[in-house]
Each structure stands twice: as structure tokens, then as C-alpha cells.
Design a protein around this ligand. Structure first.
Ligand SMILES: NC(=O)c1ccc[n+]([C@@H]2O[C@H](COP(=O)([O-])OP(=O)(O)OC[C@H]3O[C@@H](n4cnc5c(N)ncnc54)[C@H](O)[C@@H]3O)[C@@H](O)[C@H]2O)c1
Length: 279
């Protein structure tokens, strides 16, 4: 295996304008990859691409809920660069809500961006990677894709599905030369929380309740920063890990949950209590 498997490769990163996606674009750029920074946020994607030295990055406006648009971007990238080595299906949004307060529209929005976003990316890139005989699809789920996520049930549903999709496809794809990994981070300091839709009709200031809930679960200073998260992801990709789980305490929580699920029940209960505003 080459010491730097990203050198002279071609990568698409969805949700590349911010947070973990942005850090991934910057890290891939540093490692010598040509990066397509794809995001629904047009100016943000352009800023990230322009800031990557060497002129190898380009911005693309993309809404991952639009399957045809995803396919067009993947095909255009391969036409222009002759190959696609990595697709990072990373775009995401958050919704904090109890199911009793959610509408079908809430469910659709979360499943569209997360699950259908990943399906659109996978179905566009996988046939091309099969033809090439190489390529690596890296899907961002979350630790909420491995553990229960009360108050984030739609998000957790989508992320569990992304884990299932990725690990199943990994089996199918391995002998055909294509790699598939799924990333399950714990808390990472990004803007996803301040951008989250919060539904808590029993409170005047649902955003404040959500923030208090989040601060109780993990203070911002204990969250991993995006640059370190991107390094952890690329280290896992380099080693062709199926499941990429970080930081260490998140990995530990997952192991404890597998050994004895009730061990994590107090954490789930305290998250719910904080969101409901109970002492
Ligand atoms: N931050 C965390 O603690 C954390 C933990 C686990 C998993 N994740 C996952 O990591 C991924 C990146 O999140 P982040 O924390 O960097 O958040 P972020 O809000 O900083 O970045 C998300 C990016 O996705 C883009 N995006 C949203 N909807 C899109 C769409 N329909 N099409 C294209 N782009 C779209 C946004 O414009 C934004 O640039 C998400 O999938 C998220 O669920 C984050």
C-alpha cells in the first residue's frame, strides 16, 4: 500500500462547504488529491475550493436529495478527470424532536438528505467504480447509527440505515475491487447543532432547551474538532476499515452497548429529561 493513497486521486466530498466535510476537503487537498467540494451552499463550497492551494479543487453546487443532479456531478467529474477514486457521502442536517411532535415532512427531510443522499451518491458512483475496478465509497453515518438516539430518532433511523447499507454493500463490493466504509463519529464541533431544526412545542425557546441538552451531554470543549475528525476518517479509509468510529470514548460506548445495552440507558434517559426540561 502506498504511504499516501490520496496523492493524484480524484475525490468528491458532499457537504464539503462546512464542518467535517470542509476539513476532509482541506486534508485531501493537502494530500495531493483533486477535490470536488460539493454542497447546497454555493458560496461556501467556492470559498473552501478557492482556499485549497494548488488549483486542484473545484466547487460544485449540489443538493444530494436530487438524484439526477448527483449522477450528473459524478459523471461530469469522471469525464473531466478520467476517474473517481473516492466519494465521501457526508452532507447532513440535524433535527432535534420527539417523535410525538414530528410530522411526516420532518421524517422526509431527514431521510431525504441523509439516507437518499447516500443512496444517490452510491448508485451514481458504484457502477463507475465497478467499471474502473477500483474506488472507495465513504458514507458518513454517526454513533447515532449504532446506538439509540432519543430526541434524534429520525436522524438515528437514517444513520442506522446508512450503516446497514454500507456494511452490506462492502461485502458485495469487496471481490469486485470497490471499497466501502462507514464513518460513525461521536460529537464533533461543527455548525450542525446551531443549524439544527428544533421542535419542542411545550417550550417558548426550543433552541435554548436543545442547547442546554447538548451542553449537558457534552460541553463544546470536549467535542472533537473537525480537522482531527477528518484525520481520523482518512486514517480509517487508508486502512480500509469497514466501520470508522471515533473518538475513543465513542468507540468505548459502542462496545459497552454491545456487551450490555442497559449500561447506556441512563445517558439516553438524561438526554430525554434535559430535552423535556425535567430536572
Ligand atoms: N458534528 C457532529 O457531531 C457529527 C456527529 C456524527 C455525524 N455527523 C455527520 O457528519 C456529517 C457532516 O456534518 P457536520 O457536523 O460537518 O455539519 P455541518 O452543518 O458543519 O456541515 C454539513 C454540510 O452539509 C451541507 N448540506 C446540508 N444539506 C445538504 C444537501 N441537501 N445537499 C448538499 N449539501 C448539504 C451543508 O450545507 C453543510 O455544508 C453529517 O452527515 C452529520 O450527520 C456529525
Amino acid at each position: 500500500m502506498s504511504r499516501n493513497p490520496f496523492q493524484n486521486t480524484v475525490a468528491i466530498v458532499t457537504g464539503g462547504a462546512s464542518g467535517i466535510g470542509r476539513a476532509l476537503c482541506e486534508a485531501l487537498g493537502r494530500h495531493g488529491a483533486t477535490v470536488v467540494v460539493a454542497d447546497v451552499d454555493e458560496s461556501g463550497a467556492k470559498q473552501v475550493a478557492d482556499a485549497i492551494p494548488g488549483g486542484r479543487a473545484q466547487a460544485a453546487t449540489l443538493d444530494v436529495t436530487q438524484g439526477e443532479a448527483v449522477r450528473a456531478l459524478v459523471e461530469a467529474t469522471v469525464r473531466e478527470h478520467g476517474r473517481l477514486d473516492y466519494l465521501f457521502n457526508n452532507a447532513g442536517v440535524a433535527l432535534a424532536a420527539e417523535v410525538r411532535d414530528m410530522t411526516l415532512e420532518h421524517w422526509r427531510r431527514i431521510l431525504d438528505v441523509h439516507l437518499w443522499g447516500v443512496i444517490h451518491g452510491t448508485m451514481s458512483a458504484y457502477p463507475i467504480m465497478l467499471r474502473q475496478g477500483f474506488g472507495h465509497i465513504v458514507n458518513t453515518a454517526s454513533i447515532a447509527g449504532l446506538l439509540p438516539g432519543p430526541v434524534m430518532t429520525a436522524y438515528s433511523t437514517a444513520k442506522h440505515a446508512i450503516v446497514g447499507l454500507s456494511l452490506s454493500l462492502r461485502c458485495e463490493a469487496a471481490e469486485l475491487g470497490v471499497r466501502v466504509s462507514v464513518v460513525c463519529p461521536g460529537f464533533v464541533r461543527s455548525r450542525i447543532f446551531e443549524r439544527a431544526a428544533v421542535v419542542q412545542p411545550r417550550w417558548d425557546e426550543p433552541r435554548e432547551v436543545f442547547q442546554a441538552c447538548l451542553d449537558a451531554a457534552v460541553p463544546p470543549e470536549r467535542m472533537m474538532d473537525c480537522t482531527r475528525a477528518a484525520e481520523a476518517i482518512l486514517a480509517g479509509v487508508r486502512r480500509n476499515r469497514g466501520l470508522i468510529i471515533f473518538p475513543f470514548r465513542t468507540w468505548l460506548a459502542w462496545w459497552l452497548y454491545r456487551l450490555w445495552p442497559p449500561l447506556l440507558r441512563p445517558i439516553a434517559q438524561s438526554t430525554l429529561a434535559a430535552f423535556r426540561g425535567q430536572p
